[in-house]
Design a binder for this molecule. Structure first.
Ligand code: FAD
Length: 499
């Protein structure tokens, strides 16, 4: 048993990262140490970050949060995946579904049979074997089932929600469990003589808050991890060149669709995220190829409803902090890095950083091996996600300067390897620890039109497998399953309608 337990944790920042961290620590530590959160209403939080990926469900479940109550409180909707429009070339569309492509019917993965049938002239797209796409296209939603024999088990989902309402929801949760919030602007950070650990932070009114462990959730500013500790940043702009975004919400014209849409433009791409009360939109772009005014005009010219307010500009540098855990400070959220929002991974990275912090939770001796392991795992996680996002930019045939640059740039060896494996024989080689698994890589590789040169040789040797019949059957059961689902709007109205 440790004799020097952490007595006081100070979280700087009350955006999504700050309140997710506060809520999770309050839940895990059960009142055994004091937790302070400092935030500045004057500075505010970034306010975007509305689309998530499936593991968010486990974060909420660990906290004992009821799904329907949470969606009602955050104007949330369901997300079955992302539709990519005009990405590999104009006029081309594909869907990156959550969950699996159908249910496997043989030891050889389904996509090899699909590839073989395609070579024989069957033009059904891969996404037709994903229940998530069939449901999304029809505007339907239902919860997946546990029985692996049923196609409804192949479905997975995440959420879209209003980020500021989520932070408010978690704030209430955290404060009910003892987290103390202090309003104020951080103006100074005191470091301990000798080892340079953070001793205290000072707010603009003069309040000094001391702590044993400091969590930097101050957003892009990285007030502690960079401002005070000068940890350094790995800049990934040469791989992920978009550096700005302009965002605006608009009114809904139709019912909320259960998926995110990402449409590529000449110098970036535009998101469309449906919530219950409005549609979130943003244009992520590379300032080297388009001005801020042109980017805003592109955004406004591609809205599906009346804008609600004026567009808001945001700037960022893609990359990651060299160490997320430095001395007695752990950076969580945008202070730890940002890979741009294309695959909605930022909130997930907050979640995994919290999980990792709890797994490697220190005492006041701060065993350096815990920090090293935290940083090693974080680096691997960021780099694997980075590769997946780069794939979207690299496997393109568009002719505009941004896309010519990303199509011809040198890419990380780890990504090159995955592309070559797929191109040569349809092999998917994601490791078990990776966030994006083989089915995710498959969706995006095929969607971005990276075509394998051959299918798996075993498909031709297993003549007893009626693959064409099984694929036909799969399409039929998917259609039937969708037929019996409620519409997404009906599901929300029944279970999680905001007041
Ligand atoms: P912030 O929201 O910036 O919060 C920082 C906090 O620190 C605020 O409370 C602020 O008041 C406080 N603070 C700062 N300075 C001081 C100071 N001096 N004193 C006191 N307090 C201070 N993520 C997704 O998962 N899905 C998405 O769809 C998505 N879309 C995005 C789109 C864009 C264009 C961008 C830029 C990001 C997107 N993200 C998305 C990322 C997501 O917004 C963030 O991961 C998330 O909001 C967490 O931000 P944060 O809490 O780290 O920082």
């Amino acid at each position: 048993m440790t004799e020097r337990p952490i007595r006081r944790i100070v979280i700087v920042g009350g955006g999504t990262a700050g309140w997710m961290t506060a809520a999770a620590l309050a839940n895990a530590l059960q009142g055994s140490c004091r937790i302070d959160l400092v935030e500045s209403g004057e500075i505010g939080s970034i306010g975007v970050g509305e689309a998530t990926i499936p593991p968010i469900k486990y974060f909420n479940r660990t906290l004992g949060i009821d799904e329907n109550a949470f969606l009602a409180a955050t104007q949330g909707t369901f997300k079955l995946g992302i539709e990519f429009v005009d990405w590999s070339r104009y006029g081309q569309r594909y869907f990156h579904p959550f969950g699996q492509f159908g249910t496997e019917f043989d030891a050889v993965p389904l996509h090899h049979y699909w590839l073989r049938e395609r070579e024989r002239g069957d033009d059904k797209p891969l996404q037709d074997y994903a229940l998530a796409w069939a449901a999304a296209r029809a505007g339907k939603f239902d919860l997946p089932v546990a029985d692996r024999r049923q196609v409804q088990s192949s479905l997975d989902y995440a959420y879209h929600f209003d980020a500021s309402l989520y932070a408010r929801f978690l704030r209430q949760y955290a404060e009910q469990r003892g987290v103390r919030r202090t309003e104020g602007k951080l103006v100074d950070v005191a470091l301990r003589a000798g080892d340079g650990f953070i001793q205290s932070v000072t707010l603009d009114g003069g309040t000094v808050i001391e702590g044993d462990l400091f969590i930097d959730c101050s957003g892009f500013r990285g007030l502690l991890i960079e401002g005070a500790l000068e940890t350094g940043y790995d800049d990934w702009t040469h791989w992920l060149p978009c550096d700005r975004a302009v965002a605006v919400a608009c009114a809904h014209r139709k019912e909320a669709t259960p998926y995110t849409r990402s449409t590529a433009h000449a110098a970036g791409w535009q998101w469309r995220i449906p919530l219950q009360h409005r549609m979130g939109n943003g244009h992520v772009y590379c300032s080297q190829f388009i001005s801020d005014d042109e980017a805003a005009a592109t955004l406004l010219g591609n809205l599906e409803g009346e804008p609600l307010g004026s567009p808001r500009q945001l700037r960022f540098t893609t990359g990651r902090r060299k160490q997320s855990w430095n001395r007695n400070c752990v950076a969580i959220g945008l202070s730890a890095g940002f890979m741009e929002p294309l695959e909605s991974t930022s909130i997930h990275l907050i979640q995994t950083a919290i999980t990792r912090l709890l797994a490697l939770f220190p005492d006041r001796d701060f065993d350096p091996f815990a920090a090293r392991e935290f940083n090693r795992l974080t680096q691997t996680e960021y780099e694997r996600i980075r590769d997946f996002v780069i794939l979207h930019y690299h496997a393109v045939q568009r002719e505009e300067p941004l896309w010519r640059q990303t199509a011809t740039m040198a890419i990380p060896d780890t990504l090159q390897y995955k592309i070559e494996q797929f191109r040569s024989g349809g092999r998917l080689v994601a490791e078990s620890m990776e966030l994006f698994q083989n089915s995710n890589w498959l969706a995006v590789l095929v969607g971005q039109e990276v075509w394998p040169q051959r299918h798996h040789p075993l498909t031709d040797m297993r003549s007893q497998v009626d693959a064409a019949g099984r694929l036909r059957g799969l399409r039929r059961v998917i259609e039937e399953a969708v037929h019996h689902m409620p519409t997404h709007q009906q599901y929300i109205d029944r279970h999680c309608r905001a007041a």
